[in-house]
Design a protein around this ligand. Structure first.
Ligand code: MCU
Length: 406
């Protein structure tokens, strides 16, 4: 029996090959995994919560449990921080014109919206091409053999200030009182882009096994949320997302309490609508959250994730981002795929200005996961330590063990 079980687990973790892309996958989670109690049993946890212990205290022991835990964590993020992500709407149609303009029409419960986006194809090669979806465009260099879809996230859900909450096409469809934050609205729309690509015969000559998402800064936060919410996205590359993205609320709070002028949950909910109204009740006591952003990144696992950040700006939370993402890496370690997640945090460049020092690392992620170069070195877990990044002391934040999940 034990042999049978581990054999099945091994099969599930065997890489699926699509042009060589190495993609381990998890068993599907039971529907009951995402059902949360009405009253959440919240307790004060000042360290980073354990990704491998369920809300009810049970431990994650194997891949089935892990998939179930991910569904629970996903539901927690929606309930407490990001708002509800609506399911696939009733009707989706699309038109593709001039070989570069994709228009998506969505109808649900008597309301309709249309949104469109440019699709830029490689100028050489036959395809099907891998494709990156740029949240508000892309500010990393996209390889010439990869297509790019520029997703206008502001059109879907505005992000000008807290008063832009409820403005945008998503809210025209679901109503201004939808609990979704702007980032959840963007993630929903990105999933609709993927629906359309799936539904279109020939998939617009794009390879749907090789879809990536990226974005910088506020749009990098959004890229991480999209990657966390849609398992059809293979490669997630948030760039300089800082606090509210790659940073952990708890660590940013400690930085702030030490007198460092960094962005905290308390500030972020006053600045913009990236998080749900429901999150506001936790921003003064982030220690009550049964998760932190290491677990948002953990939702991307076992799919490839490359987190790029910048130590030049204290506002981004260098210590928070490094601590949070090096802790997220433990999820990939538990799955025994440490090279599938990378973190690279270096300074000496302007915000969202991709530095040439990170080029080899970025190329390795594309080469390995889009183009099957198994020798590409994606073993990247580094910070230049500037602006306090190296002040993160793991033993003060991580008090749980990393299980070996199979
Ligand atoms: C790093 O992302 C944000 C940051 O959270 C905001 O506080 C700041 O105003 O804008 C950053 C950004 O999106 O810059 C383009």
């Amino acid at each position: 029996m034990a042999f049978k079980h581990s054999f099945a687990a091994l099969l599930l973790l065997l890489p699926a090959f699509s042009h060589g892309a190495k993609v381990p996958s998890l068993p599907p989670a039971r529907a009951s995994c995402s059902v949360l109690p009405e009253h959440l049993p919240l307790k004060n946890v000042s360290t980073l919560p354990d990704p491998f212990t369920f809300l009810n205290g049970e431990k994650v022991r194997n891949l089935d449990d892990f998939a179930c835990r991910q569904a629970e964590v996903n539901a927690l993020f929606q309930r407490m921080e990001l708002g509800t992500l609506p399911p696939r709407p009733e009707k989706i149609t699309s038109t593709f014109t001039n070989n570069n303009n994709l228009t998506i029409n969505v109808s649900n419960e008597g309301k309709s919206i249309s949104f469109n986006m440019p699709v830029q194809f490689p100028t050489t090669g036959d395809g099907p091409f891998p494709v990156m979806i740029g949240v508000g465009g892309a500010s990393i260099p996209i390889p010439s053999n990869v297509a790019l879809i520029n997703f206008n996230n502001d059109d879907m859900a505005q992000q000008n200030s807290e008063s832009s909450r409820g403005i945008g096409k998503f809210f025209d469809l679901y109503g201004v009182n939808a609990t979704a934050s702007s980032m959840t609205a963007w993630a929903w729309a990105i999933s609709r882009i993927i629906d359309v690509l799936e539904d279109t015969p020939g998939h617009l000559n794009l390879d749907l096994d090789r879809i990536g998402v990226t974005g910088c800064s506020r749009d990098g936060k959004g890229a991480l949320v999209a990657g966390a919410f849609d398992p059809r996205i293979l490669l997630t590359i948030p760039q300089e997302s800082g606090s509210g993205g790659a940073g952990c609320w708890r660590i940013s709070d400690v930085m702030w309490n030490e007198g460092i002028d960094t962005q905290t949950a308390m500030e972020i909910v006053q600045e913009n609508d990236w998080f749900s109204v429901g999150f506001e009740q936790y921003v003064n006591t982030t220690s009550l959250l049964p998760f932190d952003h290491h677990m948002l990144a953990g939702l991307v696992a076992p799919r490839p994730l490359f987190v790029i950040d910048n130590t030049d700006y204290v506002w981004l939370g260098p210590e928070s981002v490094w601590g949070c993402m090096s802790t997220a890496h433990k999820v990939y370690e538990a799955l025994q795929i440490p090279d599938v997640m990378g973190v690279s945090q270096i300074g000496n460049h302007s915000h969202c200005d991709f530095p040439s020092d990170q080029q080899a690392q970025l190329s390795a992620f594309f080469d390995k996961f889009f183009f099957g170069d198994t020798k590409a070195n994606t073993s990247v877990l580094e910070t230049d330590g500037a602006n306090g990044a190296n002040e993160f002391v793991e033993s003060q934040w991580v008090d749980w063990a990393i299980p070996r999940l199979a």
